[in-house]
Design a protein around this ligand. Structure first.
Ligand SMILES: *Cc1c(COP(=O)(O)O)cnc(C)c1O
Length: 387
């Protein structure tokens, strides 16, 4: 995991930490503690124990035989993050960070959530590790995602609706940061994606790298060689960076991130500071972050992780957009051909694979990171398809 890692959390010109001094102190201490524990054999053993016994890893790298035959090109393999406990990749990072929180002596975990998926994963782990849990959520989002609010409460978390600003994710992040600064002695802020000021992007990548650590081992076992391409959807970029990590130094492997057309941060963004770090950001004509929209709530973010910004700038990874129609089509095709209903977020990666695979040779290999399962999206797709 050396590629792209620079001093103080910089990835080329991207990353860093642009926060008030009192928060910087807290983050410096967090960075120090992360460095102290990340390669500690006992810490790693405990992390792998919970991934195995609680999350259900390792999950399979499934050969999608029917889809491969239907498309008539590259062999398609699916990395099955959808089979994890709580139904997506987010729990990998949550388990890692909560173990670090325990090592640091925290009694209380706080987190932000937009659609609720990271909040649910955090509340789940807090229940199991017996930690006090507070989730900040934009008021608007608590109304739209009432069922996820109930889920978090069922798991024992306190959900705090944030009405400041626009009552959206950004405002929830600000409230969580205020809470952290006020209560840093016993509180750990568990951030949900490979974004934010240093050390979060590096830390989240570290814990999500388990995805490519496994997929690399699995593809070498099954095929005796590396894949030709790895495809993942990119919102904040955590499942994608985890799916790419162990291939970054393998120059023969194409790394492909897929974004929604209406949140095309990497395809259309410009360098700017957002939420305390520098990345590619979608700005409006006045230089403010543009409101994004995605049918996949988990991809609805105007910025992107700093390392993806760097990988895009250097050309090591490629980023493309797909349309909502293509995503809905992919959601249905994977369901019908393989009996796997993908999350709408993951359907972005599938949608691009549907275009790419037929252009490749039959002896080539494509790994699609299936970041989550689609049960949560079935009702939404039902309504969209009826229109
Ligand atoms: C949250 C989520 C995403 C987007 O987050 P990243 O940090 O970009 O990975 C993608 N897929 C699923 C299933 C999610 O829940």
């Amino acid at each position: 995991m050396s590629t792209g890692q620079f001093e103080k959390g910089y990835f080329g010109q991207f990353g860093g930490s642009f926060v008030p001094p009192e928060l910087q102190e807290v983050l410096d201490y967090l960075a120090e503690q992360f460095e102290r524990y990340k390669d500690d054999p006992e810490f790693k053993e405990e992390y792998l124990y919970y991934l195995r016994e609680y999350v259900g890893r390792e999950n399979p790298l499934t050969f999608a035989r029917n889809l491969t035959e239907k498309l008539g090109g590259a062999k398609i393999y699916l990395k099955r993050e959808d089979l994890n406990h709580t139904g997506a990749h987010k729990i990998n990072n949550v388990i890692g960070q909560i173990l670090l929180a325990k090592r640091m002596g925290a009694k209380r975990v706080i987190a932000e959530t937009g659609a609720g998926q990271h909040g649910v994963a955090t509340a789940t782990a807090c229940a199991m590790f017996n930690m006090d849990c507070t989730i900040y959520m934009g008021e608007e989002d608590t109304r739209r995602q009432a069922l996820n609010v109930f889920r978090m409460e069922l798991l024992g978390a306190k959900v705090v609706p944030v009405s400041k600003g626009q009552g959206r994710l950004k405002d929830a992040v600000d409230e969580a940061l205020n809470d952290l600064v006020a209560n840093y002695k016993d509180t750990f802020y568990l951030l949900g994606s490979a974004v934010g000021p240093h050390p979060f992007p590096t830390m989240v990548k570290h814990f999500q790298s388990i995805i490519s650590e496994e997929s690399k081992r699995q593809i070498l076992m099954k095929e005796g060689r590396l894949p030709d391409a790895v495809i993942a959807c990119a919102g904040g970029g955590s499942n994608a960076i985890g799916a790419f990590a162990h291939y970054l130094d393998e120059k023969s492997v194409r790394l492909i991130g897929v974004e929604p057309e209406q949140a095309a941060t990497l395809t259309k963004g410009v360098p700017a500071v957002l939420h305390g770090f520098k990345c590619l950001v979608l700005l409006d004509e006045n230089g403010n972050p543009q409101p994004t929209y995605s049918i996949a709530a988990g991809l609805d973010y105007p910025g992107i992780g700093p390392e993806h910004s760097y990988l895009k700038e250097t050309g090591r990874a490629e980023y493309y957009t797909v349309t909502n129609e293509e995503v809905l089509e992919a959601f249905q095709i994977l369901s019908k051909t393989e009996g796997i209903i993908p999350a709408l977020e993951s359907s972005h990666a599938v949608a691009y694979a549907l275009k790419l695979a037929p252009t490749m040779a039959r002896d080539q290999i494509l790994i699609v990171n299936l970041s989550g399962r689609g049960d949560k999206d079935v009702e939404q797709v039902f309504h969209m398809l009826r229109k």
